[in-house]
Design a protein around this ligand. Structure first.
Ligand SMILES: Nc1ncnc2c1ncn2[C@@H]1O[C@H](COP(=O)(O)OP(=O)(O)OP(=O)(O)O)[C@@H](O)[C@H]1O
Length: 291
């Protein structure tokens, strides 16, 4: 399998391309409260067309909640989300599904489906009720499976794939969907280091607008055009990896000591972490410091 030989899929554009604005996604003054608790507060950002935005932040910061607002799983309490200048609330479910593909954090169960059938589900939004798959569709599915390195598993039951293989199959389904915006919630969760890099490079190469929550800051630094750092439900920083990933900010937000230096290959921030927190916490507790 050779993921380096990636072909770029042109995104579905059922609006006039000449009218396509340079901003794919605009989020303004978004807040989400539930059970009297504010989970997201006054989130503002834009995603330029064709760029990859990494959503970073500590556990419980609100990354998945923000993504759920973007893919309409939850409705924000306040604020507006537009996709190519269209309010996402106004799009029909079918129009929304043609434009936005989502790979969620927890791989859902799809009993009785082969990997190929699972990937073919990506075509559904583009089909009428009685449409069947054409040979062109078959080729598209085969190509997507090849891109994620799963051609040899196409006839295997999806449920019998490993966690990482399932993740890659779901990404193949999203590729087949040909969205304008791809939303990925921790896409590298189950992947070994090679596939972490290759899958994010693949996603980048699609040429579509992508927003992905990523825990690995070095991966986010290397592969994202820009980063949105969420902390306690608020935007803590937004900008290029170099602007966002400073030693002070990593210390403040993640509570770790880190050294940031230019990566030897791409010169974007490379973070080296320091260890010994258990001893430090223990020492502080003995001295009556800290919480
Ligand atoms: N439906 C819900 N009801 C109540 N609280 C919720 C709900 N969904 C999320 N939360 C709370 O919102 C906060 C943010 O959760 P979220 O899953 O968005 O964080 P996250 O940044 O994605 O975290 P992680 O990195 O651990 O996946 C958490 O405190 C969580 O308990």
């Amino acid at each position: 399998m050779k993921l380096s030989a990636i072909q770029t899929n042109s995104p579905v554009n059922d609006t006039n391309p000449s009218l396509s604005p340079s901003i794919a996604l605009n989020v303004s003054q978004l807040s989400w409260c539930i059970d009297g608790k504010t989970i997201l507060s006054n989130i503002n950002f834009t995603l330029p067309t064709g760029q990859m935005l990494g959503l970073i932040g500590p556990n419980g910061a609100g990354k998945s909640s923000l993504l759920r607002c973007l893919y309409r799983f939850v409705r924000p309490t306040q604020g507006k989300i537009t996709l190519f200048d269209q309010d996402i609330e106004r799009l029909s479910p079918k129009a929304f599904a043609c434009r936005v593909a989502v790979v969620q954090q927890d791989t859902p169960h799809y009993f009785d489906l082969t990997t190929e059938q699972l990937v073919s589900m990506g075509l559904t939004p583009h089909k009428g009720m009685f449409d069947t798959n054409s040979s062109c569709d078959g080729e598209r599915i085969a190509k997507a499976l090849e891109k994620v390195g799963l051609s040899h598993k196409m006839h295997q039951q999806y449920e019998h794939l490993s966690g990482g293989e399932k993740q890659r199959a779901l990404i193949a389904r999203a590729i087949v969907q040909q969205p304008q915006l791809l939303i990925l919630d921790e896409p590298t969760n189950h992947l070994d280091v090679r596939y972490q890099i290759q899958i994010l490079e693949l996603v980048r190469s699609l040429g579509i607008s992508v927003i992905a929550s990523i825990h690995d800051l070095n991966l986010a630094s290397a592969l994202c055009d820009s980063l949105l750092l969420i902390h306690n439900g608020e935007v803590s920083a937004m900008g290029t990896p170099t602007e966002v990933l400073t030693e002070a900010r990593i210390g403040d937000v993640f509570g770790v000591c880190a050294k940031v230096s230019p990566h030897p290959q791409h010169k974007k921030p490379l973070i080296s972490y320091f260890y010994g927190y258990h001893d430090l916490t223990h020492h502080m507790a003995e001295r009556g410091e800290g919480g």
